[in-house]
Design a protein. Structure first.
Length: 248
């Protein structure tokens, strides 16, 4: 049953454990239609936004971690930018199966995939140059734990990139965005994925995720600096990029 979160907002889940369990199950169930739904929902722009994210973050030879990798598109974009190795992690095994199929079809030898939780990564301290995530951070119940793990595994000077749906705070676009996410997307989701509630969850997840400026502050509070924000999709999607502070 719906309840209220710590800020008094109505949410679909009784607690973080219920939310995490739902997210894992839901993404597993819609994996086969996930790419198609992203294309329809964004008018085909999600691929360009991922490529922009990779360009903003990756330098030749980098070790890259793609968290919540889904079917692997951002990981492949990072490899195309010249990353030395790319590891994509996700906790939905059906998504990983599709990502591995893509890797085999593309003969992407520098890209691999593994099951892992964003808040408990199976990596050594200071072992990667880039930590990135596309359309996943709002699905993680403990945002601060995920950011702390990002800082732990990144080398000093390493880069974090978060591509995520965000709230439009004011103006006529706010009403348009609300209508799209609350009415249009859930309907498309039911038709395309055949899942009764997968995309009813989307507006709930956006409502309970920090606005773009708040997220920039949370990222910097977690041990990063120079957080920048670039918006796409009439302001409904934001890319945050920051650098891990140099101290150990």
């Amino acid at each position: 049953m719906p309840s209220r979160d710590s800020r008094g907002k109505t949410t679909l889940f009784e607690d973080d454990a219920a939310r995490a369990g739902y997210v894992r199950s839901m993404f597993g169930e819609i994996a086969g239609r996930y790419d198609l739904m992203n294309t329809v929902m964004t008018g085909g722009r999600h691929s360009a936004w991922r490529r922009t994210t990779a360009r903003a973050l990756v330098r030749p030879g980098d070790t890259v971690l793609d968290v919540g990798c889904g079917t692997g598109d951002l990981a492949f974009d990072c490899a195309a930018r010249g990353a030395g190795t790319v590891l994509g992690v996700d906790f939905a095994e059906p998504m990983l199966a599709l990502a591995r199929d893509k890797a085999n079809a593309r003969r992407a030898a520098t890209v691999s995939f593994a099951a892992a939780d964003a808040t408990r990564l199976p990596l050594l301290d200071a072992s990667v140059d880039v930590w990135c995530a596309a359309f996943v951070l709002r699905n993680i119940p403990d945002l601060d734990a995920a950011l702390a793990e990002a800082r732990r595994v990144l080398r000093p000077g390493g880069r974090i990139g978060v591509l995520e749906i965000t709230r439009v705070e004011r103006g006529w676009l706010r009403q348009l965005a609300r209508f799209h996410f609350e009415r249009v997307v859930p309907l498309l989701g039911r038709v395309i994925t055949r899942h009764p509630s997968a995309y009813r969850y989307l507006p709930d997840s956006v409502d309970h995720f920090p606005a773009a400026s708040e997220l920039a502050e949370r990222i910097e509070d977690a041990g990063f600096e120079g957080a920048s924000i670039r918006r796409f999709g009439l302001g409904t999607v934001a890319l945050h990029v920051a650098t891990r502070r140099g101290e150990s």
